[in-house]
Design a protein around this ligand. Structure first.
Ligand code: PLP
Length: 382
């Protein structure tokens, strides 16, 4: 029983990443230098988006997005109940209130019908999440947004490289947010980025990531200026040149890594179709799935089945995980907003059944087959 532990996700670092980082370390610019703009240009081109703004986390990208579209005190932002807390936290950073919408049980994506039910005169924006790597239903969301004059933010931290009706993630909302945390598709250690087709939104986010100052150190050096103005309150959310060089080296392999994730997911899909106790999430026919995560629901079973299954997988060296508890289960949300059970019944029910299984580009077929065998063995725990 000394088989290696298979984590649920893992970064891929190669010689070319090391070389890119080394070159920057020996150059004149360690932070905001030529690599930032170059990485932004390449990422925007990857998505087919007009503009990209690099920042130092996915959370910062979401915060920049909320600020740029004018989310503020008194506003409400609709977010799905099942996501990483940062999606909702970003609205709170700007003084707004996140309003949780329920999800679809077979995709865990935000349910457009439920969004419509949660709109009030205070609603300012909808923050959709491309859960596990599948784009949300942006046409349906856009229709609601247009009717009520709302902005749309895509939390695309799971979905770079995916498509919706042939259109690329990064172009499906007013602003799309990405993360370069090591467990995501590409990494800069920590990092993030926002894409938009709106030049004014991009400019607002560039200023916001740099304290609210409208020039950066490199721009002033080039123009021989010392003076600058801080016109609005911003943050230091800059991604540095070392990280952007790493990001570019990683980005050059992103397509092949998405394909590798999809191949593992396809292998899982075939195997799990034959297992009665397993129901994988569904990818809709009009979308592709970038598979940041591969998530199954356990079908049937008595109370606590998922927790028993999780424990057995971990015992046997499979890095299962659970993404995510409804955000409003967290004590901060309970204490601040008084949310209790019943707010989003589908999310609450499905949460008790979900398990995230390992998927990452360097995972081998025999790793995947070991996961499949261990998932098969879970039927005896029902
Ligand atoms: C990873 C992630 C974030 C936050 O990204 P960080 O880079 O860790 O700040 C936000 N939303 C979702 C859905 C994520 O998975």
């Amino acid at each position: 029983m000394s088989e290696k532990f298979i984590p649920y996700g893992r970064q891929t670092i190669a010689e070319e990443d090391l070389a890119a980082v080394r070159d920057v370390l020996l150059s004149d610019w360690l932070t905001t230098g030529p690599k930032v703009g170059a990485f932004e240009k390449e990422f925007a081109a990857f998505c087919g988006a007009g503009q990209a703004v690099a920042v130092n986390s996915g959370t910062a990208a979401l915060h920049c997005a909320m600020n740029a579209i004018g989310v503020g005190p008194g506003d409400e932002v609709i977010v799905p109940a099942i996501t990483f807390a940062a999606t909702a936290n970003a609205a709170i950073y700007e003084g707004a209130t996140p309003v949780f919408a329920d999800i679809e049980a077979d995709t865990l994506l935000i349910d457009p019908d439920n969004i419509a039910e949660r709109i009030t005169p205070k609603t300012k924006a909808i923050a959709a999440v491309d859960y596990a790597g599948q784009p949300a239903d942006y046409d349906a969301i856009q229709e609601i947004a247009a009717t009520h004059g709302l902005r749309i933010i895509a939390d695309a931290c799971h979905s770079p490289g995916a498509t919706y009706k042939g259109r690329s993630v990064g172009t499906l909302a007013d602003i799309s947010a990405f993360s370069f945390h090591p467990v995501k598709h590409i990494t800069t250690g920590e990092g993030g980025l926002a894409t938009t087709d709106d030049g004014a939104l991009a400019e607002t986010m560039r200023r916001f990531r740099n304290h609210g100052i409208d020039t950066d150190h490199k721009m002033r050096a080039e123009r021989g200026l010392f003076a600058y103005d801080m016109a609005v309150l911003g943050y230091n959310y800059r991604l540095n040149d070392i990280q952007c060089a790493l990001g570019m080296a990683q980005l050059s392999r992103l397509r092949q890594w998405v394909a590798a994730r999809q191949a593992i997911a396809a292998r899982y899909d075939v195997a799990f179709a034959a297992m009665e106790h397993v129901a994988p999430l569904v990818t809709r026919a009009d979308r592709t799935n970038a598979h940041h995560l591969y998530v199954i629901r356990l079908a049937g079973g008595s109370e606590g089945y998922r927790d028993r299954a999780f424990a057995q997988l971990r015992d046997r060296g499979i890095g299962a995980n659970v993404h995510y508890a409804p955000v409003y289960y967290h004590s901060y949300y309970k204490n601040r907003f008084g949310h209790g059970p019943g707010l989003c019944p589908v999310a609450e029910e499905v949460y008790e059944t979900i398990l995230t299984l390992p998927v990452y580009p360097t995972m081998t077929e025999s790793d995947a087959d070991r996961v499949i065998a261990e998932v098969d063995a879970l039927s005896s725990l029902a």
